[in-house]
Design a protein around this ligand. Structure first.
Ligand code: FES
Ligand code: FE2
Length: 432
């Protein structure tokens, strides 16, 4: 349970809020790289942390993320013309033709006399936009404190080893993130998927997962956030451990299953009632197979199908996520909803846009969530009151891996898995 003011603090990420300031310390996924596929392509609307912006790739190939609204009289630059090489790079407002560069500076005000310097005084808010892996990342904080580029392994392996999708989720970022930390729901909500999904099925670990419905949680501090260890019975003398790293503020990796690609998520606030879920799948040492990528594109694993031409899932709250009571009754799926991603989204959205945490009743299996909230709150306060950089900004904190492992009963997962929990390029991950 949280007090109302703490719930507000953790869930509000607009400008000049403590959690909003904290998010503005990090590089955040803004777009998939293929949303701006080539120089001079159409601009794209982007809303992050309650700020409305336009992303574009100018005719020179430069990337920019600028205020959505023209400095003249506020028309949306989404209607603007991303001018081609012959006209010179820049985005020209469709209303009166003011033209902007990728850094937000105004380069032309056509109504002004030819030798007027007026436009040099006009500049829109702009943030850097940089491709790392399949993602265009932005940093929305103080330019003087811009950290090094992100080093999450999924974004750093060769492109044929990784796949990322994104979907719009209609609720606050924190209740979505909490689903990524709370691995106790997997044995229930996702039990059907463990048996049938081609990107999950067939691992020995799945059996341990399904045979022990009372997992024991051990949550350990890490430099960048937490390691959420979940222990289930394996054999007579051993336990099956699944270890989920959470890197602050919004990155989680699911422990692997056999040789399937490893997946995880980035939960990015759009505004206080919506978030983007960037979902990735990667292999540290081998290319993804054609059939794996086909399944990901088809919406299996942690991915999903879409309403055509959008990032809104095909299964959404307007159609009750295409819930199938027969599938629920027969046990084919625990909730009657198809697909891991939509199973999560349906229940998280069902809580309302911002869940009222003053009313919840937490149990010991929620210890990961409890610790994560406390860390977020402490880090936001330390930043606000002392200017302290929060955990997870340092790229070293981002070089983490998830682990699935069988250990002797008396072993400590944090000690045994120290190396396995660190991403080292060119080495295989630890999986069961
Ligand atoms: S509103 Fe953009 S040029 Fe006038
Ligand atoms: Fe889930």
């Amino acid at each position: 349970m949280l007090k109302q003011d703490v719930n507000e603090m953790l869930t509000q990420t607009g400008p000049a809020t403590p959690m909003g300031d904290m998010f503005r310390q990090y590089w955040l996924p803004a777009l998939l790289a293929d949303e701006l596929p080539e120089p001079g392509c159409p601009p794209v609307r982007v809303k992050l942390l309650s700020e409305r912006m336009i992303a574009f790739r100018d005719s020179d190939g430069k990337l920019g993320l600028i205020d959505e609204f023209c400095a003249h009289r506020g028309a949306s630059l989404w209607f603007g013309n991303n001018e081609q090489a012959a006209e010179g790079p820049g985005l020209r407002c469709a209303y009166h033709g003011w033209k902007y560069a990728t850094d937000g500076s105004c380069v032309e005000v056509p109504s002004e006399p030819e030798n007027s310097a007026f436009c040099t005084k006009v500049k829109l808010t702009a943030y850097p936009l940089v491709q790392v892996g399949d993602i265009l990342w932005t940093y929305m904080g103080d330019p003087d404190k811009q950290p090094p580029l992100p080093e999450y392994e999924f974004a750093r392996v060769p492109s044929d080893q990784t796949f990322t999708s994104k979907r719009w989720q209609e609720c606050n970022w924190l209740q979505a993130l909490e689903g990524g930390i709370d691995s106790s729901h997997v044995s229930w909500l996702h039990s059907g998927g463990l048996k049938s999904d081609p990107l999950f099925k067939g691992s020995k670990g799945n059996q341990y997962n399904l045979n022990d419905m009372r997992p024991y949680f051990e949550v350990v501090e890490a430099d960048g956030g937490l390691l959420v260890g979940v222990r289930r019975n394996a054999e007579e003398d051993s336990y099956y451990w699944r270890i989920t790293p959470w890197v602050m503020p919004a990155f989680t990796i699911v422990p692997p299953r056999a040789d399937h690609p490893v997946h995880g998520h980035f939960w990015v606030p759009i505004d206080d009632e919506n978030c983007w879920v960037f979902s990735f799948d990667y292999q540290p040492v081998r290319a993804l197979t054609e059939s794996e990528v086909e399944h990901m594109r088809a919406g299996m694993g942690v991915h999903n199908e879409y309403e055509p031409g959008t990032y809104r899932p095909l299964q959404n709250k307007d159609n009750d996520y295409l819930m199938d009571r027969d599938a629920q009754r027969s046990g084919e799926t625990f909730s009657g909803i198809k697909g891991i991603a939509m199973q999560d989204a349906s229940l998280q959205e069902s809580m309302g846009p911002i869940v009222d945490r003053t009313k919840e009743r937490l149990v010991s299996a929620d210890s990961g969530i409890i610790k994560a909230r406390r860390k977020l709150q402490q880090a936001a306060i330390a930043l606000r009151d002392e200017g302290r950089t929060p955990p997870g900004v340092d790229p070293a904190h981002q070089r983490v891996r998830s682990v699935a492992v069988v250990l002797p009963k008396d072993a400590s997962f944090a000690e045994e898995c120290r190396e396995a929990l660190t991403a080292v390029p060119g080495t295989a991950h630890t999986t069961v």
